[in-house]
Design a protein around this ligand. Structure first.
Ligand code: FES
Length: 272
């Protein structure tokens, strides 16, 4: 494929069948991009407010830390949550406490093959659906800035793996409430489910599948990699579902911790 190619797009492009309407589809093709647009907008609005608010992100007694604030490495965080040290001084208001990881998480999700498909359709209408002409006059694919940066996905995947380790650490800490060597509550379960699904989403990544099983002439000489590739492939088949489920569990986990942290809800303790 020639790089930096600019093609005319839509039904008016040379060589395309000339039809007088935008699409011949008669089903509700607009429903999926519309629902995606609404859900992603709600999620981004929620995550932006929560990540920038510096409010109710940690329940000290229960040792719960919001995934939007992990790892907490600034002097603004309570000392109990600075397990990885204090890398920065106090942050002014409205600066995300997880500034170290948020750009990488954002990059990972934005460059994800599945999300690309969804937001290209829902936000840019490029195209809005199969067999529906896009409104743009030109098409350059992902060959130019900024979309050429989508190629960084494999590196964001590696960063996301490291960040999943931080999430796992937070769950371990949630089994160690203040004053007890072991204990857990409903919030610990919520955090555990969230971290498990985040691992599943991360490992289901197409880049992960390529790293695990790619560049091999045959699998028979690499049984371990074949087994790992089989496992990742099974997860990969659920990548779309995991992409949406983890958005929901991230929101749920953060919301739950916000309620406990602000005193609006008492975390039911299962083992003290
Ligand atoms: Fe979706 Fe890598 S393709 S996270």
């Amino acid at each position: 494929m020639t790089r930096a190619t600019s093609l005319q797009a839509g039904t008016g492009a040379p060589g395309r069948a000339s039809i007088g309407v935008r699409t011949l589809r008669t089903d509700n093709w607009w429903r999926a991009p519309l629902v995606t647009f609404i859900l992603l907008t709600i999620w981004v609005a929620y995550a932006t407010v929560r990540a920038f608010s510096q409010h109710a992100y940690a329940a000290t007694q229960e040792h719960y830390l919001s995934p939007f604030t992990s790892p907490c490495v600034t002097a603004s965080c309570p000392a109990e949550f600075r397990d990885f040290g204090t890398w920065f001084g106090h942050f002014p208001p409205f600066v995300p406490l997880a500034i170290v990881t948020l750009p990488f998480l954002l990059g990972f999700r934005l460059t994800c093959y599945y999300y690309r498909r969804t937001y290209y359709r829902a936000f840019w209408a490029s195209p809005p659906a199969c067999a529906v002409a896009e409104p743009h006059a030109k098409y350059t694919g992902e060959t130019r800035f900024p979309l050429i940066l989508q190629n960084l996905h494999r590196y964001f995947f590696l960063a996301a793996g490291v960040i999943s380790l931080f999430n796992t650490w937070d769950v371990i800490q949630a089994f160690r409430p203040v004053g007890h060597t072991f204990g857990f509550g409903l919030g610990t379960i919520v955090m555990l489910v969230n971290a498990t699904l985040l691992w599943a989403y991360t490992l289901s990544c197409h880049s992960c599948r390529h790293i695990v099983g790619g560049r091999l002439r045959n699998f028979s000489a690499h049984p371990m990699r074949y087994a790992a590739w089989g496992f990742v492939s099974k997860l990969n088949a659920r990548h779309m579902q995991l992409a949406w489920t983890t958005l929901a569990t991230l929101m749920l986990t953060d919301g739950y911790i916000a309620l406990v942290s602000s005193g609006a809800f008492n975390d039911p303790r299962i083992v003290h």
